[in-house]
Ligand binder design. Sequence first.
Ligand code: GRF
Length: 206
Amino acid sequence: MSIVILISGRGSNMQAILDAGLPVSAVISNKRGAAGLAIASGRGIPTAVVQGNDYGTREGFDAALAAEVARHSPAAVALAGFMRILTQRFVTRYADRLLNIHPSLLPSFTGLNTHERALAAGVKVHGCTVHFVTAELDHGPIVAQAAVPVLQGDTADELAARVLRQEHRIYPQALRWLLEGKLSVVDGLVQVKEPDAQQTLFSEQP
Ligand code: GRF
């Protein structure tokens, strides 16, 4: 009953998952230099690199990634700042076990540069979303969201930091639910089998 975490960079969400005491059997990066790899190794977690451009095609990369993931027979696969779009084949294989954290209140601001785009749109509430992964980028049934205020004069970095603190709260919680078998998807909507499950968080005012 363990998690495989896929990263591409600094790995702060990965760290939050580890800090929450969740069972992690491996951390896999698609980038050799990802800072999160050193953090994981430092904590005794097995790491691996499946580098994107070592494979000719997306399918080739995904097959190699799937093989590496499958070695651990994970109960959950957590995308944590993993900056590659996975093939339908991979997504289907891990369909009910594959979660992602996205730095916006989906369905607003899918894709990149979410904080800059939230500021440009003038939204007053922003946040982050944990969702099941489907083949469509940043779509898929929503497990949990956390909202933060957008303050006058915020820079994208300030807003990102405010959102990131909430990412570190909701992602471990969502993964815990998944490992405990408490999540089900009915007609595209997530149900949590836990009384008073908190699927929505509101940050304390900064
Ligand atoms: C996070 O903001 C996450 O929501 C997004 O990429 C960022 C990764 O940060 N998908 P980290 O590597 O977890 O620190």
